[in-house]
Design a protein around this ligand. Sequence first.
Ligand SMILES: [Zn+2]
Length: 72
Amino acid sequence: MDKRKFLPGYPTDLNKSQMIHDLLTSYLANKTQTIYECENCGRIWIQVGQTNQFRSFYPDTKDTNGIFSSKK
Ligand SMILES: [Zn+2]
């Protein structure tokens, strides 16, 4: 792996799996959007790209409440 792509200060004594983990983590951190459900009304909030803004979606029916819960 080409260590020159890393910023100064990045450890040089990591093995390859540690470096791959760091690459994936930084990649996902830049691609992941936050999504959450309001526990009161069931409205879904989705982060707009990597901004601090959110857009909301309101469910047609109440049976979607708790849709992110693993208990369903
Ligand atoms: Zn709400």
